[in-house]
Design a protein around this ligand. Structure first.
Ligand SMILES: *Cc1c(COP(=O)(O)O)cnc(C)c1O
Length: 262
């Protein structure tokens, strides 16, 4: 399917959440889909964390999602996330996860407010985060992003480079390694999507044997609005869901993960 017609279809499927009760309804529906996928896979739903992805949505909308029960938001862009965190400090039990690629010059923002960073894929970024976290007296949960689709344009380490990368991470005492994260190919075809998730799980299972003692690989962050059931069937412990909770986004996904083609 063409990306443009796929996007059109998603807009019809995911109307904008505009009230607290819209959010309650959407969250309930997503949790029901998670439960059904867990049932099929023989898994306990308690082993799957739903991370609502609030990128592009304005602060009042996030406050409605909070009122409906969300206590954790995922954002793709550090500046946007930082701005929202600053504006919502009155909600003291709200936590933030940054799920998008980070440039070293934005590490200081992430070090200041984030609880979790899911897109670690270079030692330069690890170094920059470590230095800033030390200054802030904070620590950060991190997931290592892996490119499981083989697409040039996707961020993340090639699977073959992950073992060596993990061996370097215990040197960064402010980073608590929790697991791996991936984005599958952007496709509505399960047969293309599923192998990406399988690849991440198999890589994790292999690396678990040899990972340094203080590197945990418990978490597998994989699956989004269109594919999280498949991800759960393949072992996801965190699903990152935006549009199925908040409604379709106007911004094309190529803004977040360059597709290399227009
Ligand atoms: C936007 C985004 C998501 C969520 O995508 P939806 O289609 O809105 O569910 C998940 N992961 C990352 C890294 C994202 O940037």
């Amino acid at each position: 399917m063409q990306q443009s017609s796929l996007r059109h279809e998603l807009h019809n499927r995911w109307p904008q959440a505009e009230t607290v009760s819209d959010f309650e309804h959407n969250l309930k529906a997503v949790h029901a889909r998670i439960a059904a996928a867990c049932e099929r896979a023989g898994r306990d739903p308690a082993g799957v964390r739903l991370l609502p992805i609030s990128k592009t949505k304005p602060e009042p909308t996030l406050r409605m999602a909070y009122a409906a029960g969300c206590r954790y938001f995922g954002e793709n862009k550090p500046q946007e996330a930082y701005r929202k965190w600053e504006a919502m400090q009155d909600l003291s039990d709200l936590r933030w996860s940054v799920v998008g690629h980070l440039q070293t010059n934005k590490a200081k923002l992430v070090a200041r407010f984030a609880t979790e960073f899911q897109a670690l894929d270079s030692l330069r970024v690890a170094e920059a985060l470590e230095r800033r976290l030390q200054m802030e007296g904070r620590s950060l949960d991190v997931l290592v992003q892996v490119n499981t689709s083989g697409e040039e344009s996707k961020f993340g380490l090639p699977p073959d480079n992950v073992a060596a990368f993990l061996r370097e991470l215990p040197a960064f005492s402010a980073l608590r390694v929790r697991g791996l994260m991936t984005l599958a190919v952007f496709s509505s075809d399960a047969q293309q999507v599923r192998p990406c998730f399988v690849r991440l799980r198999e890589l994790r299972d292999r690396l678990r044997q040899e990972a340094p003692a203080d590197v945990s690989l418990e978490e597998l962050s994989m699956g989004m609005s269109g594919d999280f059931e498949i991800a759960i069937e393949e072992g996801a412990t965190i699903v990152r869901v935006g549009q199925a909770i908040f409604g379709a986004r106007a911004t094309p996904d190529s803004h977040y993960w360059p597709s290399g083609e227009k």
